[in-house]
Write a protein that binds this ligand. Sequence first.
Ligand code: ATP
Ligand code: MG
Ligand code: FE
Length: 342
Amino acid sequence: TTILAIESSCDETAVAVLRHTDTKEGSQVEVLASEISSQIDIHREFGGVVPELASRNHSLHLRPLIECAMEDAGVNIEEIDAFGATAGPGLASSLLVGNTTAKSLALATGKPFISVNHMEGHLLSPFLHEPALRSNLALIVSGGHTLLIQMKAFGNYQRLGSTRDDAAGEAYDKVGKMLGLPYPGGPEIEKQARSGSAEAFQFPRSMMKDGLDFSFSGLKTAVLYQLEKLDPESGRAPADSIPDLCASFQAAVIDVLVSKTIRAARACGETTISLSGGVSCNLALREAMQRACDQHGITLLIAPPALSTDNAAMIAFVALHHHLQGQSSSLHLDINPNLKLT
Ligand code: ATP
Ligand code: MG
Ligand code: FE
């Protein structure tokens, strides 16, 4: 079975070709191609994603990217068994580009179209190179979401917690902006944090002991107050305090993420934790989660960084599971910018 999928929910245009084969030893999934055209450089000068620019660039890059993916994969269009695309959540005008293109390809070739939830893509990404999906407690930390989900099987998801305000990635990006770092703030803060002290500033661990929901806006405000204290005149960070601010902020985020995830896994008796979404590229988070899992005898699964930020391989992987279960979507099914996972 060969699947082509398109991801265009935000500022990454991505196309992937995935092949699933049944062998005597079991089934095997191979990423034949995974192309990503990032628009980060285009949006950087505006300090965030500009929707109009995003959709224009998706339409500009999508067609050549599809051709490139098929060439890399060494497949032609007749060999594709189904076309998948992200239907949401994301920016409406961006989602429409990938979604409409996948529908057109399905219509032209007479093959099924499969609508995919972007968050389900993140959720399943740690399993792409595993022999099979299995029951686990998932933490998804991305630019727009912080979700704790108990996943029993494909399609069987229960939400245990989510953020009450900012997502973890959003907090990184907003704090990065406050510190005058380039967009997106996540990777920049991680870099700066390496030469700073996590004990330099005491930032709050909001809702640490309180249920399984998250809140990161208080932490963001605490960083802002600290900036005003450091330089009452400009409220800007003195250059020599940036590494300490980043390290202290990052430690607060990671403490909360790790402690709630472990607590959730123990509460529902899961012995596997999966970590996904762009923030899971963060090495300090990966290491802290790994240490905590080792302490509690829990297996940790994390996708490689290229599969953690937005990509189309994870979308094709979800489409593949739908396809293997005989599910496809109507060509009339619309995109949904607020699509929910549970
Ligand atoms: P969503 O999936 O919720 O719709 P998104 O698709 O924009 O949002 P992703 O592409 O999964 O999110 O992740 C992007 C986020 O990951 C950004 O907020 C970015 O700052 C953050 N991020 C990327 N690398 C790192 C890192 N090394 N450390 C911390 N955060 C990071
Ligand atoms: Mg992105
Ligand atoms: Fe994403």
